[in-house]
Design a protein around this ligand. Structure first.
Ligand SMILES: C[S@@+](CC[C@H](N)C(=O)[O-])C[C@H]1O[C@@H](n2cnc3c(N)ncnc32)[C@H](O)[C@@H]1O
Length: 429
């Protein structure tokens, strides 16, 4: 029996996430899926993201039904079982027989034929056990399928209630947020059947609550942009200047927003990786943006920038709803390694800032090591810099964590990813 195209595609994505450190959201948006019909694409997304979101819960169930340690299983067999278990547990519309048979076929397709009877027996056992949809365990981490160490950190930092809010948001399919540079576009989108709700953080942000924004004329013509509100807010905090440096710029969401706010400024957008610099060039069309393929640690520039954005590489713990694989890959010790890299980038990038200029340091991480600890370390040895208070700079009140003067942590939730942002001002001489 051939495997359905959606299940085969979801299985292949899960394998690439495990074996090549790929990101499911990127694979799901790549042209590999172009040959699938729209309903199959939707099912592929639901299956791949669902398995990654709920992986630890699925693994616990599989381990107990299989009565063996999961690390003894081939990864192909485990991913086929995860797909089957996810459908049995979460997709009521899929008949149990189909979920089981297709996973068994996936095992055979992956040339693990000898494991097919085992996969069949495990999934039948899970199906007959039934599911209430609720995890019996009480710990937040188990209930919401997150690593224990990460949830413990959040509870210690933000308290139980906020930690639960983050976990809950991470397990939902996030809405798409858009940036409107022009209020007339809103009416045009609505007339094309797009339903919009106001953004949580910014006046010109909207949340798409119905319809396919990518099918609209305004989207195709580049007049409306998909961009999480956190990302929009970071770009807004950079404000306006005459020479702007975006030192870690790809894929370019913030560069594009900076260019929209600063149409006559000179903007340099630097990116370390050549293929990502190329992506940036393809995505950002503003003529006042110059993309350079360069290391922020050794920028081939002479300074003189009145605005600098350092949107540094980070753990991404604020983006788990969009990138659930991150929570399974991240190790606690990586936070210190990231801290060292981020501190070096901040130091190098701020050498480009002119006296009287302003810099924004941001991450999509909720972790202290990657945020306040980085700027505190920099400020301790650079007395010419001071944090700029952010009070009054937000257009809408948010349940944000103010973590110090000039330092905000906006927790994941209310339809946006979590992120942290700090603004540093350099004294005039
Ligand atoms: C968080 S992402 C930036 C997202 C981007 N600002 C946006 O809004 O679309 C960080 C980027 O920095 C790049 N990067 C990592 N290390 C770098 C370095 N030393 N110099 C320049 N870019 C770097 C990564 O390849 C990645 O594209």
């Amino acid at each position: 029996m051939p495997v359905s195209p959606a299940r085969a595609a979801a299985f292949d994505i899960l394998m690439r996430v495990d074996q090549q450190d790929a990101y499911a959201s990127e694979l799901l948006h790549s042209d590999r899926l172009d040959k699938l019909a729209l309903p199959d694409r939707a099912l592929t997304t639901e299956l791949a993201m669902g398995v990654l979101r709920w992986r630890s819960r699925l693994d616990d169930e599989i381990a107990s039904a299989a009565a063996r340690l999961l690390n003894k299983l081939d990864i192909e067999v485990l991913n086929a079982l995860r797909l089957g278990a996810y459908q049995l547990q979460f997709l009521n519309r899929v008949p149990a027989r189909a979920a089981i048979n297709e996973s068994v076929e996936l095992v055979k397709r992956a040339k693990k034929r000898s494991a097919a009877p085992f996969a069949n027996a495990v999934l039948r056992k899970l199906a007959s056990a039934g599911s209430s949809g609720e995890a019996p365990e009480s710990s937040l981490a188990k209930k919401f399928a997150h690593p224990e160490w990460l949830v413990e950190r959040w509870v210690a930092q933000f308290g139980e209630e906020r930690a639960q809010g983050i976990c809950e948001f991470d397990q939902r399919i996030p809405h798409t947020a858009i940036r409107l540079d022009n209020s007339e576009i809103e009416g045009e989108l609505r007339s094309e059947g797009i339903e919009l709700a106001p953004g949580a953080l910014l006046a010109n942000a909207r949340i798409v609550t119905g319809g396919d924004i990518t099918g609209t004329r305004a989207f195709r013509e580049g007049r409306v942009f998909i961009q999480d509100e956190g990302s929009q807010l970071v770009a807004a905090l950079v404000g306006t200047g005459s020479r702007l440096l975006d030192c870690c710029a790809a894929p370019g969401g913030k560069t594009a927003a900076l260019a929209a706010r600063n149409p006559t400024a000179e903007i340099i957008a630097a990116e370390l990786h050549a293929h990502r610099a190329e992506l940036l060039r393809r995505r950002v069309h503003a003529t006042n943006v110059q993309v350079i393929n360069a290391d922020a640690l050794k920028l081939p520039l002479q300074g003189g920038f009145d605005r600098v954005l350092a949107d540094v590489p980070c753990s991404g713990t604020g983006t788990l709803a969009h990138n659930p694989e991150i929570k399974w890959r991240l190790r606690p010790e990586a936070l210190n390694e990231l801290h060292a890299k981020q501190a070096a980038i901040l130091r190098a990038a701020l050498q480009q800032l002119t006296p009287g200029g302003r810099a924004v340091y941001s991450t999509c991480s909720l972790e202290r090591e990657e945020n306040e600890d980085v700027t505190a370390r920099f400020l301790a040895t650079h007395p010419e810099f001071a944090p700029l208070p952010l009070d009054g700079r937000l257009e809408k009140p948010v349940a944000a964590g103010v973590t110090g003067p000039g330092s905000w942590r906006i927790l994941t939730g209310a339809d946006h990813d979590g992120f942290s942002v700090q603004v540093l001002a350099k004294a005039r001489i």
